[in-house]
Design a protein around this ligand. Structure first.
Ligand code: FAD
Length: 403
């Protein structure tokens, strides 16, 4: 038996790799298994292998802070993420598996006039595409979050971007739900299976090499989050990406007091209370590129200093865990999706610090691309070619914490 890993009872354990698959998906994170699920469900394509070097959803899917929102800055971004939020809302029913989707609104704080101007633009773009986003004043903020310090670090809160569609969900459950739905339809999920090389013949992908042998295939979807440059290079593709660690942390559980997700880009800090009562904090990326998922004292001190400015009583709370993931950042803070310079090799990359919320729509659009060979309208703006034609989709102003 070349497969030493027993899968969860809900997931069939494939024993050996087949010599050929119609589709190989590299990466068993949320994006990879969502693509497999929609390929099987909507397009009847089931001779599919998802190859995961670790365990299902053990990459950034398990490490993110689970913020779901669509209040982006560009029309391309808002349209794309809005579709994702809509899909998220139906996932528990669709999977018959509770992903603990919790719709509680996201509040972003403005501490300067310039930030208010940016928020106005985001409000209007959001509303235009049917999103529920409003610019609110300090009194409305006090009512929404009574425990918030309205003058953190001597930077008074002047206004807020109130995104009613903001939500959160159990991130692991999203991967488990998609994996269950995909494998029930015949897709194979191979954990502990690392892709070590990509075979390309005359500009076209023909297969992949793995630590468990060689597999030929009709096409490949690369969905490896923080390893996009490394895996892309195996296919001879140079990605427009720099990789930084991104850290997060969580406190002991306390009585529920914070319903909305709260973020202050100026203070590089966002916070939400989980259904279990813990407070999850996120902040900016580490300030230098690195392939390492260690936690640092430096980030802990700077992030918590700002968190305590926002909610002073948190100074008495205990931290339970701190962790990091690897984030592939593009210069315009938008993803790289669609075709690549290698025929039949499709990219779902550049997901930086913002890709959990996009999991359903990535799966759906990547599946459509594979099945039809045509790039769906929603992801056309995110093609890698935009970096050659200077048509970037700049979402830097819409991050939850400035990076
Ligand atoms: P992953 O879950 O990382 O899946 C990729 C998989 O590829 C991994 O499991 C990895 O093991 C596998 N892999 C890599 N190389 C190989 C190989 N050679 N062979 C086989 N398998 C391979 N996004 C949000 O929307 N909201 C947030 O609040 C948010 N917070 C974040 C907080 C932190 C601390 C971090 C690190 C990220 C955050 N993100 C957030 C970003 C989000 O987590 C990612 O963009 C998203 O999870 C990417 O999904 P994925 O399925 O592509 O990646």
């Amino acid at each position: 038996k070349d497969y030493p890993f027993e899968q969860n009872a809900d997931l069939p354990s494939p024993s050996a790799l087949k010599p050929h698959y119609d589709v190989v998906i590299i990466g068993g994170g949320g994006h990879g298994v969502a693509t497999a699920y929609y390929l099987a469900k909507y397009h009847g394509i089931t001779n599919v292998a998802v190859l995961e070097k670790g365990y299902l959803g053990g990459g950034n899917t398990a490490r993110n802070t689970a913020v779901i929102r669509s209040n982006y800055l560009t029309s391309e971004g808002v349209k794309f993420y809005s579709e994702s939020v809509k899909l998220f809302q139906g996932l528990s029913n669709e999977f018959d598996f509770n992903i603990m989707y919790s719709s509680r609104g996201q509040l972003t704080l403005a501490h300067t006039d310039a930030a208010i101007r940016g928020f106005r633009q985001r409000t209007e773009v959001n509303k235009h595409f049917g999103g529920k986003t409003e610019l609110i004043d300090p009194q409305q903020i006090r009512e929404l979050v009574p425990s918030l310090n309205m003058n953190p670090a001597d930077q008074p809160v002047l206004a807020g971007l109130w995104h009613i569609d903001g939500a959160t969900a159990r991130h692991d459950a999203v991967a488990w739900g998609y994996a269950k739905g995909a494998t029930q339809r015949g897709v194979e999920l191979h954990q502990l299976t690392e892709v070590t090389g990509v075979d390309v013949d005359k500009g076209k992908v023909t297969g992949v090499q793995t630590n468990r042998g060689k597999v030929s295939c009709g096409c490949v979807v690369q969905a490896v989050a923080g390893h996009s440059s490394i895996v892309g290079a195996m296919a001879g593709i140079r990605m427009p990406i720099t990789t930084y660690p991104l850290q997060a942390m969580v406190t002991q559980p306390v009585k529920p007091f914070l319903n909305p997700l709260v973020s202050s880009p100026a203070l590089h800090c966002y916070v939400q209370q989980t259904g279990r009562g813990e407070l999850v904090f996120g902040g900016g990326s580490d300030p230098y590129p690195l392939y390492n998922t260690r936690s640092t004292m430096e980030l802990k001190e700077s992030l918590l200093a700002h968190a305590v400015e926002l909610f002073p009583f948190m100074a008495n709370m205990r931290l339970m865990r701190q962790w990091a993931g690897l984030t592939d950042m593009t210069t315009d803070y938008s993803p790289v999706m669609g075709l690549s310079p290698v025929e039949n090799y499709y990219l779902d990359a550049g997901w930086g610090t913002w890709g959990f919320k996009a999991t359903p729509i990535c799966g759906k659009t990547m599946a459509e691309l594979v099945a039809t060979g045509k790039v769906p309208e929603l992801i056309k703006p995110f093609s890698m070619a935009r970096f050659d034609t200077f048509r970037q989709v700049n979402e830097m102003g819409a991050t939850a914490a400035s990076h």
